[in-house]
Design a protein around this ligand. Structure first.
Ligand code: AP5
Ligand code: MG
Length: 218
């Protein structure tokens, strides 16, 4: 099952894929943001090139991003499918993806701007394994320490308010047309992602399962 996750920055794509969906469906969560951050951590040429764009809240050029993703999707663990988070981010990337993999569905997570801002300012990320936390919604057991790997939990530079606003504008200008790209192909499913995970009526994962289980023929 090859699934694209769409949605504005901080709708929760990484949270839903990494905490729930990848374990339920036993396919990997591939996040281009995480791939870039791993390259930056390891000081690779790709990481050095990508860092300036990411810290400024800009998109990394399509050619660099697409070539990195193409390599990743060739790895063995992607044989039975994947959750693709953060790609495609432009129509050119969506068109390039057509030549790499045949996508079964695009889940588009939708949340109000107020929710996105609250999630952006509160997000904390593990420097070691990339696990995602939130200051009030998803709190590590020990402050500043990752539950999974013991790494340092920090605030991403691109979660600072002025950079986040820039990312949101780029999302509206460049990434929104990708929604229409998948709608026209009849592959789009929309998911309301406003409720927090600890809300008693949290339904985001159940809504994803309704779409994905049908695809798997359950
Ligand atoms: P990337 O890391 O992909 O950032 P993003 O897409 O902007 O997405 P985010 O990670 O901000 O949001 P998310 O939806 O995953 O939210 P999360 O689950 O963390 O990309 C970073 C940069 O890399 C880009 O700006 C760009 O420069 C570059 N890049 C990457 N891909 C590229 C591409 N294809 N082309 C070009 N450049 C590219 O949740 C946010 C917070 O809210 C967390 O704290 C979480 O705990 C909390 N939260 C979320 N949902 C809930 C909920 N339901 N309840 C409670 N808390 C919640
Ligand atoms: Mg993410």
């Amino acid at each position: 099952m090859k699934v694209v996750l769409l949605g504005a920055p901080n709708t929760g794509k990484g949270t839903y894929a990494s905490r729930y969906l990848k374990d339920i469906y036993k396919i990997p969560h591939i996040s281009t943001g995480d791939l870039f951050r791993a390259n930056i951590r390891n000081n690779t040429d790709l990481g050095v090139e990508a860092k300036a764009y990411i810290d400024a809240g800009k998109l990394v050029p399509d050619a660099i991003t697409t070539s990195m993703l193409r390599q990743r999707l060739k790895e063995d663990d992607c044989r039975d499918g994947f959750f693709l988070d953060g790609f495609p981010r432009t129509v050119a990337q969506a068109e390039a993806l057509e030549g790499i993999a045949s996508i079964d569905v695009a889940l588009n997570f939708i949340a109000d701007e107020e929710t996105l801002i609250r999630r952006a300012t509160g997000r904390r990320t593990c420097r070691g394994c990339g696990a995602i936390y939130h200051l009030t919604n998803i709190i590590p057991k020990v402050e500043g320490v990752c539950d999974k790997c013991g790494g340092e939990v920090y605030q991403r530079d691109d979660d600072k308010m002025e950079v986040f606003k820039k990312r949101l504008k780029i999302y509206n200008d460049e990434t929104r047309p990708v929604i229409e790209f998948y709608r026209k192909k009849g592959l789009l499913a929309e998911i309301d992602a406003n409720l927090d995970v600890n809300h008693p009526n949290f339904h985001v994962i159940d809504d994803c399962k309704k779409v994905l289980d049908k695809l798997r023929g359950k």
